[in-house]
Structures are given as C-alpha cells and as structure tokens.
Ligand binder design. Structure first.
Ligand code: ADP
Ligand code: MG
Length: 692
C-alpha cells in the first residue's frame, strides 16, 4: 500500500527580471508505506524543494500532495499543524535543534507540542535515547554543547518521538564524517523497516548501499528506477484525545527569560519605574489634598479675618471700575448675623499697631518678624495642641508672646542664641490728625512701646509661614481702653480713649483700618470658614490671608497633580513601547526557534504565548516589586516632604490604586507583546530553516 503521492507537481519561481524559473516540472511520484528512498541530483536541482512540498514548508504551483487518501494542500491550518506534528518527522540538514535546551527536552518537544504529559513524553524520549545507546550523561546537556554526530542523532529521535508514518531527511549526513554518517544511515535504515524514510543525499556510495529506491532529479524531471503504483491507504485520523499541556511553552518562556536576563532586567526596571510612579502619583494626589487641608487648619491665625464693605463703581467710558473699601456699619453687619455669630467682631487695630512695628532685641532690629493678634490664648478660639515648645503665656499678659517655628529659626539664625525666654522690645506710633475748633490741625499721637518675652513656640504651616509673633488681643484692648487722646480729651473736657475712637470713627476713616477684625470663636469651626465667607452677602467681604494662602496652595497642588497625571500617561505609554520593542527584538532574534517549532507542529498562537509569558514574568516581577517598594518610597518621600515643607503624609497610596495596577499591568503586558508581534514580518519557516 502507498502512503504518499505527489500528483503532477510543478514548482515555478518568478524571478526579479520577470522570467519564470521552473524548478519542478510536472512530477508524479508514489511512495510505499515503508522503505528507504533516496533522492539524488545536482545541487540546485530541486531536491529540497521536493521535500518541502511533502513537509508543507512550501506549496506547489500546480498539482497536489496526497498523504494517504487526503489532499494535504487543501487542509486548514489546524490540520496542517497536526500533520506536521503526528504524520511526518523532519530531519534537517543543520540539525535545527533548540540549542539552549537540553537533549531530553529537544527529543520530547514534539510529544509535548502534541499534548502528551511531561512524564509520558520524558519516558518515551529516554527509551528512544537508550535504544540508540546515547550517552546518558548527556541527557541534561544543552544541545549547543554536543558534537555534530550527537546533534544529528538527537534530531532523528525528535523526528521519531510521535511515531510518524514518514521521515524526511534533507542531507542528514552533509556535515558529518564517514563514521558518523554510517551510524546515522544505519539508524535510518532500521527506522525504514516500519516507515517511509525519504532521504536527500549527495553521498553516492551511502545511497547505493542503503537505498531501497533511488529517485534522481534532473532538469525538473524525475528519473525513477522503480515506479510504484499502489493504492493509497484510506485516511483515518486516530487522534488520542489530549488535553493541551502548556508545559513546554512555560519551559521555553522561562529559559528565554533567563537567557536574556540583562535585557529583561532593563525591562523590569523600566516597568517598575512606570508602575511605581503610577502608585506614587496617585498616592500624592490622594494624600496631598487631605494633608494640606489638615495642615492649613493647623495655622494659628487661620480663623483670623477681616470684614469690610467693598463698593465698586464703574468708571465712565472705561472698562475699569473703582473699588472703594470701608468699614461696614454695625447695622450693615446685622444682615449677616447668622454667619457672624461664629466670630468675635472687634475693631481693627492695625492702623494703630501695625503688623510690622519696630521689633528689637537690644540694638538689633528684627525686620522680618511680624506682630499678629489672636483673640485669646485661653478660650476655644485657640488650638492649644499647636504649642510644640515652651509654654502658653501664663495669663492674658501683653508682655508674653508666642513665636512660630519660622520665627524661632529666624531669631536663632540672627542671634545664634535660644529664642525661648528672649526679651524683645516693640515700638510703634501713630499720629491722628483732626481739625480743632478754629480749623487748625490738631494731632494726637499714639505711642506703643512694650517689652515682650517669647514664652512658647507654636507649630505653623511652616512651609509657607513667615516669621511671626502672636499676642493676645485682650490685653491690647484693655490697654487701648486705658490710653487717652490727650488733646481731644482736653478739648472735649472728658476722657476719650483710643478704643472709643476706634469704635466711633467713620468707616472711611483710616483709623478704622476700613474693616472690623473677626476672630473665629471656636477653632473647630475652621472647616466652615470657607462656607462662611461665601455666605456673606455683597457688598460685605471677609478676607482671611491664611485662607487665601491655603486656597492658592490647593490650586497649585491640583495643577501639579494634573501635570503629574499627564506625565503618568506618557510614562506608561513609554514603558509599553520599551517593553514592546524588547519583545519585538526577542521575537526577531528567535525567528529560527519559531520556524523550528512551526515545523514540529506548534501553532502560531502557542509560539506567541512563549513571548507573552516571558513578558508576563517581566510584568509580574515589576508589579510585585512596585507593590513592595512603593510604600517604602512613599514613606521616604513623606519624610523628605515633611522636613522641607512640614506637610505630613503628602503621599498616601490608596488600596484602590494597587487593585487598579493589576489590570493595568496585564494590559501593558498584552499590548507590548501582541502589538509588535502583530506588526512584525511573517516568519517563513522554509527560509529560516534553509539559512545557516
Ligand atoms: P537542491 O536540489 O540543491 O536542494 P533547491 O530545491 O534548494 O535545490 O532549489 C532548487 C532551485 O530553486 C535552485 O536553483 C534555487 O535557486 C531555486 N529557488 C529556490 N527558492 C527560490 C526562490 N524563492 N526564488 C527563486 N528561486 C528559488
Ligand atoms: Mg537542498
């Protein structure tokens, strides 16, 4: 019975000059289901082309190939893969082993591709190796360490492991010495007792010695001394139901991964950077808002504000308008009674005692230090937790003040001495001018001269704070209530204090500072401050410098976060590209391996998987290390940020970010594997195998 038939096969190549080259010209051959058949002919006569027709590495231009009663050229991809895996075994001229894998793995490979369990495949491979007396010590050696004869024998066993009907060998002894050639030919002869062995050979003496049949190719035609006209065997695929085992794919991925370890470490690092910055940036945008909100509430003067009346007047024939600020009357303030209930409303004293009076220690002036009032050190308006060093002013004494951290550092730097307990002198003056009875200008001078002692240091929004002293408004109020305007009192013949003047002066008078001072009664209400400000009806306006700063800071952080998030997208796309390029270059580098696997019946999908898993290793390692290291990096980042800006926990990576990283990593993995492979040139196994 016959197993193989070539029916009217022609192979033509279109040459670059437009002419046709006929390599095989209408060849018909039938092969019995066993025996040693040699194909001979001059170099370039078309021997390999003929073999390639049978192994489906090449398609005929005309005619078709029958395996049993089936036209194999009409098969679909899956059936062709099965045919390569089960029905034929190819022995290539240049061995075409997976050089970096072991002898055992190479022999097992077609069985593994078929779906055999590793244990079964290994058992079969071992018994085959044993049957030809292959040195057992070499079973676990890598093929690249073998001699030519050993490689050839491994290649033969690999072709045999799935018990194919046909063995195709293209110049199996081409690269071997006589001794090894004889060994190989003997082996093939033995095999040919049970199956069809087709051998292409140059070696005339060997051919004559071993062949059952010799086919000569000349000028595209065949000269066959033994025409076979047997019937073809009916085709029935006895396929064992096999669960596709992926073991061999993992093995190859793993060995590829370690073979390219340097390159893969670069890939891991780049993806790690991408993923870690992803986590840290998300952590920053999450943590910074909360951190800044918490920090701004920690400002001592957060609840200190002013309220004024702003009337804007359109300037005729101009787009500009004039804003006139004045202190609202108490009547006007009563409109927003509900809002103002949360505040102490007091006359603003900054015209009398400015924020920057002359502050001296001995003869040296501290120009950067400002002098700020808070309502009281002992009631609920003051957050006592903010004291970090020293003590609170013992009573509501004007002579005792607190200093913020920035001020503390400032004084320490200026004087090289401990600021706590330091005595400073404060001096300010103001001249109040008004018209007397005869229209002459009368001047009453306000002189403020005090010795103050720094008793405590308070935590402040250090990053943005300026050096500040804090004094209590209460004793100042008493002081103003006790100090009289000498000239005015004489004139009116009753005691007029500066406090009376502050209360009674006109809202547009400079003395009013054009506003009332507001002190939040309870510092716990500070979260409502912004709402309160928005609730105030026009033309009233609450102004809180500390709130303005923190609002600006918020905007800045939001802008920075947005910028970082854009950077993040670029980083992730960049990382995907880097991984893609690496995976592409691996694939190109391993074209030959892919070609060999194709010849052994592996599907395109399985070959792709090898690269996918290699990338998956990279991605998983990067992901896990980013999970472990990001919290540590966040910790470190927080430490640095806290030292520089005093903001705490600016980076706080939420659990959700970790969860989202998992699908992101998988998407990067898939995109960086499949996109470049999709765009890479199709591998032509015939060309890859032919090259050496
Ligand atoms: P050999 O008998 O030495 O194995 P081959 O079967 O490899 O010969 O090649 C037969 C002829 O076909 C050669 O002359 C070769 O140049 C030609 N050939 C093979 N592939 C192509 C191709 N893709 N385009 C043009 N000519 C080709
Ligand atoms: Mg050839």
């Amino acid at each position: 019975m016959a197993v193989l038939r070539l029916a009217n096969i022609s192979k033509k190549y279109k040459l670059d000059n437009g002419k046709e080259r006929i390599v095989l010209d209408n060849i018909s051959l039938t092969f019995s289901n066993h025996g040693f058949v040699s194909i001979v002919g001059k170099s370039g006569s078309g021997k390999s082309t003929l073999i390639n027709m049978i192994s489906l590495l090449d398609e005929p231009s005309n005619g078709c190939v029958y395996f049993k009663k089936n036209n194999i050229n009409k098969w679909n991809l899956k059936e062709k893969e099965n045919y390569r895996n089960n029905d034929i075994g190819i022995i290539f001229q240049h061995y075409q082993l997976l050089e970096n894998e072991t002898v055992l793995f190479n022999v097992m490979l077609p069985a593994l591709v078929k779906g055999k369990k590793k244990k079964d495949a290994e058992g079969k491979a071992r018994s085959l190796l044993k049957s030809i007396g292959f040195n057992e010590k070499l079973y676990k050696s890598k093929c690249k360490d073998l001699s030519g004869g050993e490689k050839e024998r491994v290649a033969i066993l690999r072709a045999l492991i799935n018990d194919p009907r046909i063995i195709l060998a293209d110049e199996p002894t081409g690269a071997l010495d006589t001794k090894n050639s004889t060994l190989i030919m003997n082996l093939l002869k033995k095999i040919s007792k049970e199956r069809l062995v087709i051998v292409v050979s140059h070696n005339e003496s060997l051919v004559n010695k071993y062949s059952d049949r010799i086919i000569t190719i000349k000028d595209g035609k065949v000269e066959d001394e033994q025409i076979v006209e047997d019937e073809l065997i009916p085709f029935k695929r006895e396929r064992e139901k096999l669960n596709k085992q992926k073991h061999w794919i993992f093995t190859l991925s793993k060995s590829n991964f370690f073979r390219r370890i340097k390159r893969n470490l670069i890939a891991i690092t780049s993806l790690f950077i991408g993923l870690a910055s992803c986590l840290l940036i998300v952590g920053f945008s999450n943590g910074s808002t909360a951190s800044i909100r918490n920090s701004t509430y920690r400002q001592i003067d957060y609840g200190v504000a002013t309220i004024s009346k702003e009337i804007s007047q359109q300037i005729p024939v101009s787009k500009m308008s004039l804003v006139q600020m004045s202190r609202p009357s108490l009547e006007e303030l009563s409109v927003s009674k509900n809002t103002l209930e949360k505040f102490y409303v007091e006359p603003n004293i900054t015209t009398l005692i400015s924020k920057y009076p002359i502050i001296k220690s001995g003869d040296s002036r501290l120009e950067e230090l400002s002098y700020n009032s808070i309502y009281s050190f002992i009631d609920k308006s003051f957050n006592k937790d903010l004291l970090i060093n020293g003590s609170l002013p013992s009573e509501e004494a004007l002579s005792e003040v607190l200093i913020n951290k920035k001020g503390y550092d400032y004084i320490k730097k200026e004087f090289h001495s401990e600021p706590l307990g330091l005595i400073l002198s404060v001096y300010d003056e103001y001249e109040y001018q008004y018209y007397g009875s005869e229209n002459q200008v009368v001047v009453d001078s306000f002189i403020y001269e005090k010795e103050i002692k720094i008793v405590g240091v308070v935590d402040d929004l250090n990053f943005l704070a300026t050096p500040k002293l804090y004094y209590s408004y209460q004793p100042i109020k008493e002081y103003l209530q006790e100090t009289i305007l000498v000239n005015l009192s004489t004139k009116l013949d009753r005691e007029v204090t500066w406090y009376d003047m502050l209360l009674s002066c006109d809202g547009s008078d400079e003395l009013s500072s054009y506003s009332y001072q507001l002190f939040l009664k309870d510092f716990h209400d500070n979260k409502d401050l912004q709402n309160l400000i928005q609730e105030i009806p026009e033309p009233l306006k609450i102004d809180s410098p500390s709130l303005t700063i923190s609002t600006a800071l918020f905007d800045l952080i939001i802008a920075a976060t947005l910028g970082m998030e854009l950077f993040l997208i670029i980083a992730l796309v960049g990382t995907t590209l880097i991984l893609g390029i690496i995976s592409f270059s691996s694939y190109t580098e391993d074209k030959k391996t892919s070609a060999i696997l194709t010849c052994l019946g592996a599907s395109k999908k399985e070959i792709f998987s090898i690269y996918f898993y290699e990338n998956l290793f990279i991605c998983l390692i990067s992901m896990i290390s980013s999970f472990i290291l990001s919290p540590l990096l966040a910790l470190l980042g927080n430490q640095i940020i806290q030292v520089v800006t005093s903001f705490q926990n600016m980076i706080f990576v939420p659990l959700l970010a970790f969860i989202i990283i998992i699908p992101t990593t998988l998407i990067i993995c898939a995109a960086s594997t499949y996109l470049p492979l999709f765009f890479s040139k199709k591998i032509s196994p015939k060309e890859e195998i032919a090259e050496e």
